[in-house]
Design a protein around this ligand. Structure first.
Ligand SMILES: Cc1ncc(COP(=O)(O)O)c(C=O)c1O
Length: 410
């Protein structure tokens, strides 16, 4: 084979893919001077995303994190009506997906709650129903669960929702990474973003549909939608002056950001198709290597937001990581995430380690962690990595990336 040269243009993990309508909607906002947190782009985006996920109401917010915070506040309000804002979860535990981005969990702490981390399972890498059951055995007073569909792969919704029902617990669905994914279960079916009592999605720059930033709260309950809209705009009461009866936040989405997201949302099917092709090309191209791709269940249709790789245990060279740095010992026929990521970076392609489980994070190390079958998330973090999954990556560029990965195992 000819010598492989670094990519002239960086291959990103997942960067925004713009089409033209985004700019038109932003221009329209300028032309009509709706350069604020109200306007047609916001209304149209809310309608489009709610309609797409099969929910009645969407409230566009500044970020997925803001959406999650307001989900937590709504749940706390229902479970513990006397609690004070900022302390709505004081003394309470919340069961949270362990292998996720910190934004899923931080809102629990914004409200003074204690996250209890629930280990992953190997079939979808999401919250393990057995570990969740064990957590309810250990902490039966807990009434709130925050569940993530990691990398756009739907979690085991039938099992998780049944466990929540048995324990009379509310479910916050963090579908930040999962817009476009769906699940056809025995008891629940539909699009990710339609299962939780409270739902958050994200339009941050690396997501499958982006507004450059932004998020959305989704619900079927008009009163909850109205509450979130009010809280997100500083909880203003209807009065001629600024009148406040409860704590508010400046969490509303801007009409400019909404213009980008509204335009980008028009192309969701195209983005999903490209992500699927990327996943399939990796799956086929890496066949024969001692690796597997991030899995999903038969009843799930992931959105393939990020294609990930898991190295077989026997094909792992020695790799250690402290809190900031990795080290590995190269070995013929074996590799590790650190080596592959270094090689990709050398050739100007961006991969990323698997999201480090929350129970391993210094900030959350002292929180309870429940694992029924033995640290599945830690193992995936050790052996796995996210591959360059950018929509704009050509098949030729991807073939080079596949070749580079093969060389790591030579
Ligand atoms: C699983 C998960 N939850 C929450 C968030 C937070 O979303 P945002 O960045 O829009 O605040 C993200 C992504 O950024 C995420 O990946």
């Amino acid at each position: 084979m000819t010598e492989i040269r670094p990519f002239e243009k960086k291959i990103w993990l997942s960067s925004p893919t713009m089409h033209g309508e985004e700019q038109q909607f932003v221009q329209e906002a300028f032309d009509t001077n709706w350069v604020s947190t109200v306007g047609k782009n916001i209304d149209c985006l809310e309608e489009a995303v709610a309609g797409y996920t099969g929910m009645k109401y969407g409230v566009a917010l500044a970020s997925g994190t803001a959406a999650l915070h307001l989900c937590v506040k709504l749940a706390a309000r229902r479970l513990y009506p006397d609690a004070l804002p900022g302390n709505a979860l004081a003394g309470k535990k919340v069961f949270c997906s362990d292998m996720t981005f910190a934004a899923s969990v931080n809102p629990v702490v914004y409200e003074s709650g204690t996250p209890v981390f629930i280990d992953s399972e190997p079939d979808t890498w999401n919250m393990d129903p057995d570990s969740l059951k064990k957590a309810f055995d250990l902490y039966p007073e807990t009434r709130l669960v925050i569940l993530v569909h990691l990398y756009g792969v739907p979690a085991k919704m039938d099992e998780i929702m049944e466990i929540c029902r048995q324990h009379d617990a509310l479910l916050i669905e963090d579908a930040a990474e999962a817009l476009g994914a769906s699940y056809q279960g025995k008891t629940v079916s539909g699009k990710c973003g339609s299962f939780g009592d409270y739902v958050a999605i994200s339009f941050n720059g690396n997501k499958i549909v982006t507004g450059s930033s932004g998020g959305m709260f989704l619900t079927n309950d008009k009163a909850d939608a109205d509450r979130v809209r009010k809280w997100s705009t500083q909880s203003r009461e209807t009065a001629p002056w600024y009148q406040h009866e409860e704590l508010g936040y400046n969490y509303r989405m801007s009409n400019i950001v909404a213009g980008v997201a509204r335009g980008n949302m028009l192309h969701i099917d195209e983005h999903l198709a490209r992500k699927r092709q990327i996943y399939e090309r990796y799956r086929d191209g890496l066949m024969g290597l001692p690796v597997s791709m991030n899995p999903s269940e038969m009843k799930a249709a992931p959105n393939d937001w990020l294609s990930c790789l898991l190295i077989d245990p026997a094909a792992m060279c020695r790799q250690v990581r402290d809190d900031k740095e990795p080290l590995y010992l190269p070995e013929p026929g074996k590799s590790c995430p650190t080596e592959i990521l270094e090689v990709l970076a050398r050739y100007n392609a961006e991969g990323r380690p698997i999201w480090k489980p929350m129970h391993m994070q210094p900030i959350y190390r002292n929180c309870p962690y429940v694992s029924a079958a033995g640290d599945c998330g830690e193992d995936i973090f050790h052996r796995g990595l996210c591959l360059p999954s950018d929509n704009k990556m050509t098949p030729e560029a991807q073939a080079v990336i596949i070749e580079l990965i093969k060389k790591c195992f030579a």
